[in-house]
Design a protein around this ligand. Structure first.
Ligand code: NAD
Ligand code: UDP
Length: 337
Protein backbone atom coordinates (compact mmCIF):
# COMPACT_ATOMS: atom_id res chain seq x y z
CA UNK A 1 0.00 0.00 0.00
CA UNK A 2 1.40 3.35 -0.92
CA UNK A 3 2.29 5.87 1.79
CA UNK A 4 1.60 9.59 1.65
CA UNK A 5 3.24 11.96 4.11
CA UNK A 6 0.97 14.93 4.82
CA UNK A 7 2.57 18.01 6.39
CA UNK A 8 0.02 20.20 8.18
CA UNK A 9 -2.33 17.21 8.19
CA UNK A 10 -4.05 18.23 11.44
CA UNK A 11 -5.20 21.55 9.93
CA UNK A 12 -8.36 22.49 8.06
CA UNK A 13 -7.56 21.25 4.55
CA UNK A 14 -5.00 18.67 5.74
CA UNK A 15 -7.47 16.81 7.98
CA UNK A 16 -10.06 16.53 5.19
CA UNK A 17 -7.41 15.35 2.73
CA UNK A 18 -6.09 12.80 5.24
CA UNK A 19 -9.63 11.43 5.58
CA UNK A 20 -10.05 11.07 1.80
CA UNK A 21 -6.58 9.50 1.42
CA UNK A 22 -7.43 6.87 4.05
CA UNK A 23 -10.74 6.16 2.33
CA UNK A 24 -8.88 5.78 -0.98
CA UNK A 25 -6.62 3.13 0.61
CA UNK A 26 -3.42 5.10 1.26
CA UNK A 27 -1.33 4.80 4.42
CA UNK A 28 -1.00 8.29 5.89
CA UNK A 29 1.83 9.75 7.96
CA UNK A 30 1.03 13.22 9.33
CA UNK A 31 3.73 15.72 10.32
CA UNK A 32 2.35 18.78 12.12
CA UNK A 33 3.72 20.98 14.90
CA UNK A 34 0.10 21.74 16.01
CA UNK A 35 0.83 25.49 16.02
CA UNK A 36 -2.55 26.16 14.41
CA UNK A 37 -4.50 22.96 14.98
CA UNK A 38 -5.52 20.27 17.42
CA UNK A 39 -4.68 16.57 17.45
CA UNK A 40 -8.41 16.04 18.07
CA UNK A 41 -9.02 16.59 14.32
CA UNK A 42 -6.98 13.46 13.56
CA UNK A 43 -8.66 11.44 16.30
CA UNK A 44 -11.96 12.28 14.65
CA UNK A 45 -10.64 11.32 11.20
CA UNK A 46 -9.60 7.96 12.66
CA UNK A 47 -13.05 7.48 14.20
CA UNK A 48 -14.78 8.42 10.93
CA UNK A 49 -12.68 6.10 8.75
CA UNK A 50 -11.96 3.28 11.20
CA UNK A 51 -8.30 3.54 10.09
CA UNK A 52 -5.23 4.69 11.94
CA UNK A 53 -2.87 7.57 11.19
CA UNK A 54 0.81 7.71 12.09
CA UNK A 55 1.33 11.12 13.67
CA UNK A 56 4.52 13.06 14.43
CA UNK A 57 4.40 16.37 16.29
CA UNK A 58 7.36 17.73 14.36
CA UNK A 59 8.20 21.09 12.81
CA UNK A 60 9.02 21.03 9.09
CA UNK A 61 12.17 23.05 9.93
CA UNK A 62 13.46 20.19 12.10
CA UNK A 63 15.88 18.43 9.76
CA UNK A 64 16.89 15.64 12.13
CA UNK A 65 13.26 14.97 13.04
CA UNK A 66 12.16 14.78 9.40
CA UNK A 67 15.14 12.63 8.44
CA UNK A 68 14.18 10.11 11.11
CA UNK A 69 10.57 10.01 9.87
CA UNK A 70 11.65 9.42 6.25
CA UNK A 71 14.00 6.68 7.47
CA UNK A 72 11.13 4.93 9.30
CA UNK A 73 8.57 5.10 6.48
CA UNK A 74 8.86 4.45 2.77
CA UNK A 75 7.12 7.62 1.65
CA UNK A 76 5.93 7.65 -1.97
CA UNK A 77 4.59 11.21 -2.09
CA UNK A 78 4.36 14.27 0.13
CA UNK A 79 1.38 16.59 0.28
CA UNK A 80 2.72 19.80 1.77
CA UNK A 81 0.14 21.93 3.62
CA UNK A 82 2.20 23.07 6.62
CA UNK A 83 2.84 26.77 6.93
CA UNK A 84 1.52 30.08 8.16
CA UNK A 85 -1.38 31.59 6.21
CA UNK A 86 -2.64 34.91 7.63
CA UNK A 87 -2.07 37.76 5.18
CA UNK A 88 -2.35 40.56 7.78
CA UNK A 89 -0.02 38.82 10.24
CA UNK A 90 2.53 38.27 7.46
CA UNK A 91 2.94 42.05 7.16
CA UNK A 92 3.73 42.23 10.90
CA UNK A 93 6.08 39.26 11.22
CA UNK A 94 7.47 38.65 7.71
CA UNK A 95 10.59 36.84 8.94
CA UNK A 96 8.46 34.22 10.64
CA UNK A 97 6.62 33.66 7.32
CA UNK A 98 9.85 33.36 5.34
CA UNK A 99 11.30 31.04 7.96
CA UNK A 100 8.35 28.66 8.36
CA UNK A 101 7.06 28.70 4.79
CA UNK A 102 10.16 29.09 2.65
CA UNK A 103 12.95 27.71 4.84
CA UNK A 104 10.57 24.97 6.07
CA UNK A 105 9.83 23.92 2.48
CA UNK A 106 13.50 23.98 1.43
CA UNK A 107 14.36 21.86 4.46
CA UNK A 108 11.58 19.38 3.62
CA UNK A 109 12.69 19.15 -0.03
CA UNK A 110 16.30 18.50 1.02
CA UNK A 111 15.25 15.72 3.36
CA UNK A 112 13.02 14.23 0.64
CA UNK A 113 15.91 14.31 -1.85
CA UNK A 114 18.25 12.56 0.61
CA UNK A 115 15.57 9.94 1.25
CA UNK A 116 14.96 9.40 -2.49
CA UNK A 117 11.38 10.71 -2.36
CA UNK A 118 10.78 12.92 -5.41
CA UNK A 119 7.03 13.55 -5.42
CA UNK A 120 5.42 16.60 -3.89
CA UNK A 121 1.98 18.21 -4.11
CA UNK A 122 2.08 21.78 -2.82
CA UNK A 123 -0.64 24.10 -1.41
CA UNK A 124 -0.39 27.27 -3.39
CA UNK A 125 -3.03 29.96 -3.62
CA UNK A 126 -4.93 32.20 -6.02
CA UNK A 127 -3.15 35.01 -4.18
CA UNK A 128 -0.24 34.44 -6.62
CA UNK A 129 -2.35 36.11 -9.32
CA UNK A 130 -2.23 39.42 -7.42
CA UNK A 131 -4.90 41.72 -8.87
CA UNK A 132 -5.85 39.86 -12.05
CA UNK A 133 -6.49 41.90 -15.21
CA UNK A 134 -9.62 39.85 -15.98
CA UNK A 135 -11.69 36.86 -14.83
CA UNK A 136 -11.89 33.89 -15.02
CA UNK A 137 -8.23 33.26 -14.26
CA UNK A 138 -6.22 30.61 -16.11
CA UNK A 139 -2.92 29.17 -14.89
CA UNK A 140 -0.90 31.16 -17.43
CA UNK A 141 -1.95 34.54 -16.02
CA UNK A 142 0.96 36.69 -14.76
CA UNK A 143 1.83 36.20 -11.10
CA UNK A 144 2.72 38.76 -8.44
CA UNK A 145 2.43 39.27 -4.71
CA UNK A 146 1.35 42.17 -2.55
CA UNK A 147 2.26 40.80 0.89
CA UNK A 148 4.83 38.48 2.50
CA UNK A 149 2.39 35.55 2.70
CA UNK A 150 1.75 35.73 -1.05
CA UNK A 151 5.46 36.12 -1.70
CA UNK A 152 6.18 32.90 0.19
CA UNK A 153 3.76 31.02 -2.10
CA UNK A 154 5.30 32.61 -5.19
CA UNK A 155 8.90 31.89 -4.08
CA UNK A 156 8.09 28.29 -3.18
CA UNK A 157 6.54 27.78 -6.62
CA UNK A 158 9.75 29.15 -8.18
CA UNK A 159 11.95 26.97 -5.97
CA UNK A 160 9.96 23.89 -6.98
CA UNK A 161 10.23 24.84 -10.68
CA UNK A 162 14.03 25.22 -10.35
CA UNK A 163 14.26 21.87 -8.63
CA UNK A 164 12.14 20.18 -11.27
CA UNK A 165 14.32 21.69 -14.02
CA UNK A 166 17.48 20.47 -12.26
CA UNK A 167 16.53 16.80 -12.12
CA UNK A 168 13.75 15.07 -13.99
CA UNK A 169 13.23 12.58 -11.18
CA UNK A 170 11.21 15.27 -9.44
CA UNK A 171 7.44 15.17 -9.99
CA UNK A 172 5.63 18.20 -8.61
CA UNK A 173 2.07 19.47 -8.59
CA UNK A 174 1.30 23.06 -7.59
CA UNK A 175 -2.35 23.47 -6.59
CA UNK A 176 -3.62 27.05 -6.49
CA UNK A 177 -6.64 27.13 -4.20
CA UNK A 178 -9.38 29.71 -4.55
CA UNK A 179 -11.49 30.16 -1.36
CA UNK A 180 -11.93 26.91 0.60
CA UNK A 181 -14.98 26.73 2.88
CA UNK A 182 -17.38 24.02 4.07
CA UNK A 183 -16.69 20.98 6.22
CA UNK A 184 -17.03 17.20 6.16
CA UNK A 185 -20.68 16.05 6.00
CA UNK A 186 -20.39 14.38 9.43
CA UNK A 187 -19.96 17.76 11.14
CA UNK A 188 -17.00 16.17 12.99
CA UNK A 189 -14.16 18.09 11.33
CA UNK A 190 -14.03 21.63 9.99
CA UNK A 191 -12.22 24.95 10.10
CA UNK A 192 -11.21 26.00 13.61
CA UNK A 193 -9.54 29.40 13.41
CA UNK A 194 -7.65 30.62 16.48
CA UNK A 195 -8.80 34.07 17.69
CA UNK A 196 -10.71 36.41 15.40
CA UNK A 197 -11.26 34.80 11.98
CA UNK A 198 -9.64 36.60 9.02
CA UNK A 199 -11.78 34.86 6.42
CA UNK A 200 -15.37 35.59 5.53
CA UNK A 201 -17.07 32.21 6.03
CA UNK A 202 -15.80 31.41 9.54
CA UNK A 203 -16.63 34.99 10.55
CA UNK A 204 -20.22 34.70 9.26
CA UNK A 205 -20.73 31.37 11.03
CA UNK A 206 -19.32 32.70 14.32
CA UNK A 207 -21.76 35.64 14.11
CA UNK A 208 -24.62 33.20 13.44
CA UNK A 209 -23.67 30.99 16.40
CA UNK A 210 -23.51 34.04 18.70
CA UNK A 211 -19.75 34.22 19.24
CA UNK A 212 -19.38 37.57 17.42
CA UNK A 213 -21.76 40.50 17.37
CA UNK A 214 -21.75 41.41 13.69
CA UNK A 215 -19.92 40.99 10.43
CA UNK A 216 -17.96 43.90 8.99
CA UNK A 217 -18.27 43.93 5.22
CA UNK A 218 -15.08 45.40 3.80
CA UNK A 219 -16.37 47.89 1.23
CA UNK A 220 -19.46 48.08 -1.01
CA UNK A 221 -17.98 50.33 -3.69
CA UNK A 222 -16.07 47.76 -5.76
CA UNK A 223 -16.83 47.54 -9.48
CA UNK A 224 -18.94 44.37 -8.94
CA UNK A 225 -22.73 43.85 -9.39
CA UNK A 226 -23.55 44.77 -5.76
CA UNK A 227 -20.32 46.59 -4.87
CA UNK A 228 -18.96 43.90 -2.52
CA UNK A 229 -15.99 41.63 -3.27
CA UNK A 230 -16.53 38.53 -5.42
CA UNK A 231 -14.69 35.24 -4.80
CA UNK A 232 -14.73 31.63 -5.97
CA UNK A 233 -15.70 29.59 -2.88
CA UNK A 234 -14.90 25.90 -3.06
CA UNK A 235 -15.95 23.03 -0.78
CA UNK A 236 -12.99 21.70 1.23
CA UNK A 237 -13.99 18.12 0.35
CA UNK A 238 -13.78 18.93 -3.37
CA UNK A 239 -10.42 20.56 -2.75
CA UNK A 240 -9.21 17.49 -0.83
CA UNK A 241 -10.41 15.19 -3.59
CA UNK A 242 -8.17 17.07 -6.04
CA UNK A 243 -5.16 16.22 -3.79
CA UNK A 244 -6.01 12.52 -3.89
CA UNK A 245 -6.24 12.69 -7.69
CA UNK A 246 -2.96 14.66 -7.85
CA UNK A 247 -1.17 11.97 -5.83
CA UNK A 248 -2.66 9.25 -8.02
CA UNK A 249 -1.60 11.00 -11.24
CA UNK A 250 1.66 12.68 -10.22
CA UNK A 251 3.90 10.06 -11.85
CA UNK A 252 1.96 10.10 -15.13
CA UNK A 253 1.91 13.89 -15.22
CA UNK A 254 5.71 14.00 -14.81
CA UNK A 255 7.78 17.16 -14.29
CA UNK A 256 5.89 20.04 -12.74
CA UNK A 257 2.21 20.95 -13.27
CA UNK A 258 0.10 23.81 -11.98
CA UNK A 259 -3.67 23.68 -11.49
CA UNK A 260 -6.33 26.10 -10.35
CA UNK A 261 -8.78 24.60 -7.88
CA UNK A 262 -12.05 26.51 -7.93
CA UNK A 263 -15.63 26.05 -9.09
CA UNK A 264 -15.57 28.74 -11.77
CA UNK A 265 -18.41 30.64 -10.02
CA UNK A 266 -18.03 33.97 -8.25
CA UNK A 267 -20.21 35.06 -5.31
CA UNK A 268 -20.25 38.46 -3.63
CA UNK A 269 -20.01 39.03 0.13
CA UNK A 270 -23.68 40.06 0.21
CA UNK A 271 -24.70 36.94 -1.75
CA UNK A 272 -22.77 34.83 0.78
CA UNK A 273 -24.57 36.48 3.70
CA UNK A 274 -27.99 36.18 2.03
CA UNK A 275 -27.45 32.53 1.10
CA UNK A 276 -26.23 31.76 4.62
CA UNK A 277 -29.38 33.29 6.13
CA UNK A 278 -31.60 31.39 3.67
CA UNK A 279 -29.89 28.04 4.27
CA UNK A 280 -29.64 28.23 8.06
CA UNK A 281 -32.53 30.46 9.12
CA UNK A 282 -30.07 32.33 11.40
CA UNK A 283 -29.65 36.08 11.42
CA UNK A 284 -26.32 37.64 10.43
CA UNK A 285 -26.17 41.31 11.43
CA UNK A 286 -23.61 43.25 9.41
CA UNK A 287 -22.30 46.72 8.74
CA UNK A 288 -20.44 48.12 5.77
CA UNK A 289 -16.98 49.41 6.69
CA UNK A 290 -13.90 50.61 4.81
CA UNK A 291 -12.23 48.39 2.23
CA UNK A 292 -9.56 46.07 3.66
CA UNK A 293 -6.15 47.15 2.31
CA UNK A 294 -4.85 44.79 -0.38
CA UNK A 295 -8.27 43.25 -1.21
CA UNK A 296 -9.15 42.88 -4.88
CA UNK A 297 -12.61 43.34 -6.43
CA UNK A 298 -13.17 39.94 -7.98
CA UNK A 299 -11.47 36.65 -8.53
CA UNK A 300 -12.66 33.33 -9.88
CA UNK A 301 -11.06 30.36 -11.54
CA UNK A 302 -11.04 28.73 -14.89
CA UNK A 303 -10.50 25.19 -13.60
CA UNK A 304 -10.69 23.41 -16.95
CA UNK A 305 -7.04 22.33 -16.86
CA UNK A 306 -7.63 20.34 -13.64
CA UNK A 307 -10.62 18.74 -15.34
CA UNK A 308 -8.58 17.75 -18.39
CA UNK A 309 -5.42 16.56 -16.66
CA UNK A 310 -6.58 15.36 -13.23
CA UNK A 311 -10.12 14.33 -14.15
CA UNK A 312 -11.21 16.57 -11.29
CA UNK A 313 -14.11 18.93 -11.01
CA UNK A 314 -15.84 20.53 -8.02
CA UNK A 315 -19.23 18.91 -7.37
CA UNK A 316 -20.56 20.75 -4.29
CA UNK A 317 -22.64 23.89 -4.80
CA UNK A 318 -22.83 26.94 -2.56
CA UNK A 319 -25.88 25.73 -0.57
CA UNK A 320 -24.07 22.54 0.39
CA UNK A 321 -20.91 24.45 1.32
CA UNK A 322 -22.95 26.63 3.67
CA UNK A 323 -25.04 23.76 5.09
CA UNK A 324 -21.86 21.80 5.87
CA UNK A 325 -20.09 24.82 7.39
CA UNK A 326 -23.10 25.40 9.61
CA UNK A 327 -23.41 21.77 10.72
CA UNK A 328 -19.76 21.86 11.84
CA UNK A 329 -20.03 25.31 13.50
CA UNK A 330 -23.34 24.67 15.29
CA UNK A 331 -22.27 21.23 16.56
CA UNK A 332 -18.82 22.52 17.61
CA UNK A 333 -19.28 26.16 18.66
CA UNK A 334 -15.82 26.15 20.25
CA UNK A 335 -14.14 24.16 17.49
CA UNK A 336 -12.06 21.20 18.72
CA UNK A 337 -11.78 22.57 22.29
P1 NAD B 1 -4.25 25.40 8.75
O1 NAD B 1 -3.55 26.45 9.54
O2 NAD B 1 -5.54 24.88 9.26
O3 NAD B 1 -3.27 24.18 8.49
C1 NAD B 1 -1.87 24.31 8.44
C2 NAD B 1 -1.29 23.26 9.38
O4 NAD B 1 0.14 23.35 9.34
C3 NAD B 1 -1.70 23.46 10.84
O5 NAD B 1 -2.16 22.21 11.35
C4 NAD B 1 -0.42 23.92 11.55
O6 NAD B 1 -0.36 23.47 12.88
C5 NAD B 1 0.65 23.28 10.67
N1 NAD B 1 1.94 24.00 10.67
C6 NAD B 1 2.13 25.34 10.53
N2 NAD B 1 3.45 25.62 10.55
C7 NAD B 1 4.11 24.43 10.69
C8 NAD B 1 5.48 24.06 10.79
N3 NAD B 1 6.44 25.00 10.76
N4 NAD B 1 5.79 22.76 10.94
C9 NAD B 1 4.81 21.82 11.00
N5 NAD B 1 3.50 22.11 10.92
C10 NAD B 1 3.14 23.40 10.77
O7 NAD B 1 -4.42 25.97 7.26
P2 NAD B 1 -5.26 25.43 6.04
O8 NAD B 1 -6.36 26.39 5.78
O9 NAD B 1 -5.56 24.00 6.19
O10 NAD B 1 -4.18 25.67 4.88
C11 NAD B 1 -3.30 24.64 4.47
C12 NAD B 1 -2.38 25.20 3.39
O11 NAD B 1 -3.16 25.70 2.31
C13 NAD B 1 -1.48 26.34 3.84
O12 NAD B 1 -0.22 26.19 3.23
C14 NAD B 1 -2.18 27.57 3.29
O13 NAD B 1 -1.29 28.62 3.03
C15 NAD B 1 -2.77 27.02 2.00
N6 NAD B 1 -3.93 27.78 1.54
C16 NAD B 1 -5.01 27.94 2.37
C17 NAD B 1 -6.10 28.68 1.95
C18 NAD B 1 -7.27 28.91 2.88
O14 NAD B 1 -8.04 29.84 2.63
N7 NAD B 1 -7.49 28.11 3.91
C19 NAD B 1 -6.11 29.26 0.68
C20 NAD B 1 -5.00 29.06 -0.16
C21 NAD B 1 -3.91 28.31 0.29
N1 UDP C 1 -14.62 39.93 3.86
C1 UDP C 1 -15.46 40.78 4.56
N2 UDP C 1 -15.45 40.72 5.94
C2 UDP C 1 -14.69 39.85 6.63
C3 UDP C 1 -13.83 38.98 5.91
C4 UDP C 1 -13.82 39.05 4.52
O1 UDP C 1 -16.17 41.59 3.96
O2 UDP C 1 -14.71 39.86 7.88
C5 UDP C 1 -14.62 39.96 2.38
C6 UDP C 1 -13.29 40.29 1.74
O3 UDP C 1 -13.16 41.69 1.58
C7 UDP C 1 -13.38 39.53 0.41
C8 UDP C 1 -14.22 38.30 0.75
O4 UDP C 1 -14.94 38.64 1.94
O5 UDP C 1 -14.08 40.30 -0.55
C9 UDP C 1 -13.39 37.04 1.01
O6 UDP C 1 -12.41 37.35 1.99
P1 UDP C 1 -11.47 36.22 2.63
O7 UDP C 1 -10.57 36.90 3.60
O8 UDP C 1 -12.30 35.10 3.13
O9 UDP C 1 -10.65 35.66 1.38
P2 UDP C 1 -9.61 36.40 0.40
O10 UDP C 1 -9.68 37.86 0.61
O11 UDP C 1 -8.31 35.83 0.76
O12 UDP C 1 -10.06 36.01 -0.97
Amino acid sequence: MSTVLVTGGAGFIGSHTTLLLLEAGFEVVVVDNLSNSSIESLHRVEALTGKSITFYQTDIRDKAGLTEIFAKHKVDSVIHFAGLKAVGESNEIPLEYYDQNIYGTVNLLKVMESAGCYRMVFSSSATVYGDPASVPITEDFPTSATNPYGRTKLFIEEIMKDLSASNDRWNMVLLRYFNPIGAHKSGQIGEDPQGIPNNLMPFISQVAVGKREKLSIFGNDYPTPDGTGVRDYIHVVDLSDAHVKAVQKIGALGGISTFNLGTGNGYSVLQMVETFIKETGKSVPYEIVERRPGDIAECWADASLAKDKLGWTAVHGLSEMIEDTWRWQSQNPDGFK
